[in-house]
Design a protein around this ligand. Sequence first.
Ligand code: ZN
Length: 382
Amino acid sequence: MVPIDPVHLAAELIRFPSVTPQDAGAIPFLARALEGLGFVCETVEFAEPGTDKVLNLYARLGKTGRNFCFAGHTDVVPPGNLAGWSSDPFAAARRDGVLIGRGAADMKGAIACFAAAVSRFLASRGQGFGGSISLLITGDEEAAAVNGTRKVLEWLKQRGEKLDACVVGEPTNAKILGDTIKIGRRGSLNGYLTVRGVQGHTAYPQHADNAAHRLAAMLHALVATPIDQGSANFEPSNLQISTVDVGNPAANVIPDTARAVFNIRFNDSYTSDSLKALVRQALDGVGVAYDLAFELTGESFLCPPGPLSAMVADAVEAATGIRPTPSTTGGTSDARFIHRHCPVVEFGLVGATMHKVGENVPVADIEALTEIYRGVLDRYFG
Ligand SMILES: [Zn+2]
């Protein structure tokens, strides 16, 4: 068995420009590294009609016992403004103790830590540790996430393969490694609102009905009252207006159509259905006709603190001296699919630069995260 150096592997993974849905060679490369540790690797491709096909990886070491899973994604968001990067976003430059590149924090760094942690765990325990370790890695997390983790989980279930516990390596920490562990996520619901009126001359408003005025009243109704006050494990639900579009080029024309899009991040006080009803109730109160379509990105979910989150928190504290705070903040993640199959928590690198120009992580954090994941395996397999 060739030991894996996490910083070296992270750099190699960053060099594949795997912007969703491109794999660019990242998953086959990772599979070869895992095969070197004794994993049996299966790559599976999914393509819903009308979507881009996506490559995923399920790698398993061991055939028996409890199956501990590390989950994550090799796809990355586009690099953005290239002029803002101090070096090529896919060169994985190392400077002043940090590794720079798209995906360094979100989350090729953590994937490298998964592999290196397993290699260290095997070096001390040998292959006969009495269980199984798996990696579930998707190339479709950052975009629609329809051909990724959700499909792999269905595929595993169909063939009777079970995960017993899972750690997702998303960059959960806000400022320093060890500050935050995620035990759930808010849901996300988009609303597409269209209001119609009657077009006319701005000098003769009595012969028209301004759609923009109607829309303004409806948007006010949506933001005037807080949705809730938060719940035991969640901050308050929040509605943000994303865009308002009238598309009227003439200053002397009253518009007949106005549109707005809004996004709600909601806690476990609601399901998407009860939240939709609440939104319609607020809009109905304005008393004008409207069209409204919803798009659900994910329901809220919570894996209440338990043995797995305690085990991860213990491993974090042992390696960093910090007891991580359980949190449900931030965007959604693939943990929303995994929690239906087994207990799941999320812990990874520091997310301060994720999706930003100049994304980077301290090399020391990659080392420390490897030790944390190794500590989780030690504790899980006793
Ligand atoms: Zn991510």
